[in-house]
Design a protein around this ligand. Structure first.
Ligand code: ADP
Ligand code: MG
Length: 764
């Protein structure tokens, strides 16, 4: 009997023996008793009563419980191998069971052994027989009556592999359960009784050895708590650590500082939402511990000005602020628009500048050495109160004189390391503001970003016109496609601009091995002539949909044509439906300077139509653009489409987004597009998006490239439970920060933080 206090950490080899433990590790990647006990059955198989052998139904999956009467090995004639004829009986009848070339069976199915056989009975040469059934032996000296009783209970079916069948897993789990009659409960008694949850042991027995089919489901909530609570405790501890000990330089308000001067220049009134969020942020900035805030705001809700005001407040307080953008295009745009908004305030040293202003430095990966040096110097000397950049800022050697605030735009594109690297650049931890326009459902925010405070900008600035979105089924309604191009021409004639977005770059860059097979379908006539069959299979709406670099879009079936490419589309459009308009091309493979020129041209209105990849997805802001056609729209994820269309309708001009697709009317791909067309609620869409991904991707893989530790808990479905666990964790940690009174929970928490699967926690 083993009553070790830390039984869950016991290596499986101690319980299962080295050989089996090795197989378990290799096949299903479990190392400890805790891993195994938390390896839950996927479902349960109701065997009910074994079939009477005197009356077996044919061609039906059945299970029989019988004794081996005899086993005869019949070698094949003229070739290698053998057949094993096993005659079994249950006292009522006999049945022939055959196996081929199976030495293990020959060893195991000896006369006198009892076993369960599961399979189909067929008539072969006039006789019923069962060929190659799955079987499970009853222990040699086992009690056959008891075995039959066991047999009537639901059989757990574990996620198995060819090398490790479900019944072996079942046997291992039971061995572990029996090895440790006493298991300490990681869930505090108080929480158990408050939420009426069964004990740990009871819950494990219920899922692994249920007496009836309902038992496991009664135990699930309890086991979900086992997943939710340690996670929330880690987050609560981290929250406490960041808020508790680490001090930051407070940046209180200053009258007649640069912020006030900026507000005087502001050409519009802040919305109530912006005002409110700014106040929250200013409150945080005035504290002596670092701000840690996530700002979620719909596309176009005006997050930039909120961030800018926070940055100016920091400058007023003697600090510097850095704004990080995920792409070069966006960094450049931020630099352009912030410099513009600041006007003379961004030119302190110049004759037309304002001596009370501050410099805005731009740091991108592709700058010339001289420009780079000047900007680095501005950052290091503190001349630049605001530094804007891409990853380059953190990858290269950048020093700040007094880094006080880090703003990260479009957080989902940033890795943990990058964020940490940047925060490490400040002596005292800087305040942190993370912004995203891809709203995260509340529970995900709570789970993944559990230690971030959140603010939301829900209302768009007044005068913003709504975006109308329509699906253009290019195959079924070719004239709609013609109409799409006509609409773009009309908009341009009215002095507006347009985007045409394609999933792929194409051209000479060599990203297309299948370029020749690409048949464009931009003109109705060509659509009618038909490209290779597009079955509308949904693209796995992965983290970013099709990668801009091309080639990694997880193209569907073989016969699906290659996704449309910017280079080809631009050419065909300028020669055809959009002839005479000024077309620009933008994608990630252009030289940075070219990119900048194209964007500047589009911003200035010298480019009418921008044919681009998803580089325009985040943040790009050209208020005069009124229409966007997204080609092969089914190749993009739901959230991504929502992001993309946010590029139009940003001014007072109503926005129009056309989702062009060849996906069939009733395909899942079309359903997703209809969902996008049907709502402009980003929260709703991100939920749809998340539901279509594997849950693990949401928390684990997408963030850290690893498997999620969640088994039963669903961050989408278990919102209420996660909320309760968060509250409980907060109370526990406030009262007993190191969990001294809860050793079993403390162990679960450290197992989580130590385990590589807990890595995603590191992202906050
Ligand atoms: P996002 O939240 O998507 O980053 P931006 O910050 O780029 O949105 O803002 C979109 C546009 O709205 C910008 O042109 C910005 O100047 C403008 N804007 C921001 N706040 C307001 C406001 N209160 N009233 C009018 N226009 C605003
Ligand atoms: Mg933005």
């Amino acid at each position: 009997m083993n009553v070790a206090s830390d039984v869950l950490a016991t290596p499986l080899s101690e319980v299962l023996g080295d050989r089996t433990a090795k197989v378990v590790a290799k096949e299903i990647d479990l190392a400890t008793v805790g891993d195994l006990l938390r390896y839950y059955p996927r479902r349960y198989y109701e065997r009910g009563e074994p079939t009477d052998l005197s009356a077996v139904p044919l061609e039906e999956e059945i299970t029989v419980f019988a004794e081996v009467e005899k086993a005869v090995k019949v070698p094949f004639r003229g070739r290698k191998g053998f057949r094993l004829d096993v005659q079994i009986t249950d006292g009522n009848g006999v049945l022939l069971v055959t196996f081929f070339n199976n030495w293990k069976v020959e060893r195991e199915l000896r006369p006198g052994r009892w076993a369960f056989f599961a399979g189909k009975v067929s008539v072969y040469r006039g006789h019923p027989q069962m060929s190659g059934p799955a079987y499970e032996l009853v222990d040699g000296d086992g009690d056959v009556d008891r075995a039959a009783e066991e047999f009537a209970k639901p059989v757990p079916v574990y996620p198995a592999t060819a090398g490790l069948p479900t019944w072996t897993i079942k046997r291992c789990v039971r061995q572990a359960l029996d090895w440790f009659p006493e298991l300490e409960d990681p869930l505090p008694a108080e929480i158990r009784s408050r939420h009426r949850l069964p004990g740990f042991r009871e819950a494990l027995e219920a899922v692994h050895r249920p007496a009836d089919e309902k038992e496991p489901y009664r135990a699930h909530p309890r086991l979900k708590w086992d997943e939710a609570l340690p996670l929330q405790v880690v987050l609560a501890q981290r929250r406490r650590a960041t808020l508790g000990d680490r001090s930051a330089v407070p940046r209180p308000a200053r009258t007649a500082g640069i912020l006030d001067r900026f507000d005087e220049r502001l050409p519009f009134r802040l919305t109530d939402g912006q005002q409110e969020v700014c106040e929250q942020i200013f409150g945080d900035l005035a504290q002596t511990h670092p701000m840690h805030r996530l700002l979620q705001g719909e596309v176009g809700s005006g997050k930039t000005v909120v961030a800018l005001r926070a940055m100016l407040r920091t400058v007023d307080g003697g600090g510097q602020a850095v704004l990080l953008a995920p792409t070069e295009v966006l960094a450049q745009q931020h630099h352009r628009s912030i410099t513009e908004m600041l006007g003379p305030l961004a030119r302190p040293g110049q004759f037309d500048g304002d001596p009370d202003g501050t410099r805005v430095a731009l740091l991108t990966g592709s700058q010339g050495a001289k420009e780079r040096r000047a900007n680095l110097l501005d950052a290091a000397s503190g001349e630049a109160g605001i530094v804007i950049g891409t990853h380059a800022v953190i990858q290269e050697k950048v020093d700040f004189a007094a880094l006080g605030l880090v703003v990260i735009d479009e957080q989902h594109r940033f890795g943990v390391e990058q964020r940490d690297a940047l925060r490490a650049k400040a002596g005292e931890p800087p305040h942190l503001l993370v912004m995203t326009a891809t709203p995260i459902p509340r529970t995900v925010a709570m789970t993944v970003f559990g230690d971030l405070d959140t603010s939301e900008l829900k209302v768009l600035p007044a005068g913003r016109s709504p975006i109308a979105t329509h699906v253009v089924p290019a195959r079924e309604k070719p004239n709609y496609l013609a109409r799409t191009w006509a609409r773009i021409r009309e908009e341009v004639e009215r002095g507006h601009q347009a985007y045409v977005v394609c999933p792929r770059i194409g051209g000479e860059g060599g990203d297309e091995t299948d370029g020749d097979g690409t048949q464009l379908a931009l003109l109705p006539a060509r659509t009618l002539s038909g490209s290779a069959g597009s079955d509308g299979a949904a693209t796995p709406g992965g983290s970013g949909g099709p990668a801009e670099a091309g080639g990694t879009d997880g193209a569907g079936p073989e016969d699906r044509r290659a996704p449309l490419a910017v280079a080809d589309v631009a050419q065909e459009l300028s020669a055809g439906p959009l002839a005479g308009l000024r077309l620009g091309v933008l994608h990630g493979r252009l030289a940075p300077q070219e990119k900048d020129e194209v964007m500047a041209g589009f911003t200035a209105g010298t480019v009418d139509v921008l044919v681009a990849t998803t580089v325009v997805e985040v943040g790009v802001n050209v208020p005069n653009a009124s229409v966007m056609a997204i080609l092969d729209a089914d190749r993009f994820g739901v959230s991504q489409l929502h992001q993309l269309r946010g590029r139009v309708g940003r001014g007072s001009v109503p926005g129009l987004c056309l989702l062009v697709t060849e996906a069939a009317g009733d395909s899942p791909a079309r359903e997703r597009l209809d969902a996008v067309a049907g709502t402009t609620d980003g929260f709703e869409l991100s939920r749809i998006d998340l539901e279509q991904r594997r849950e693990g991707d949401v928390l684990g893989a997408a963030q850290s490239g690893r498997r999620s530790s969640l088994r039963l808990l669903s961050v989408l479905r278990d919102e209420e439970l996660i909320g309760q666990a968060r509250k409980a964790a907060g109370e526990l940690v406030a009262r007993d920060p190191a969990l001294a009174d809860q050793p079993a929970l403390a162990r679960a928490v450290s197992a989580l933080t130590e385990s590589e699967r807990g890595d995603y926690l590191a992202m906050t």
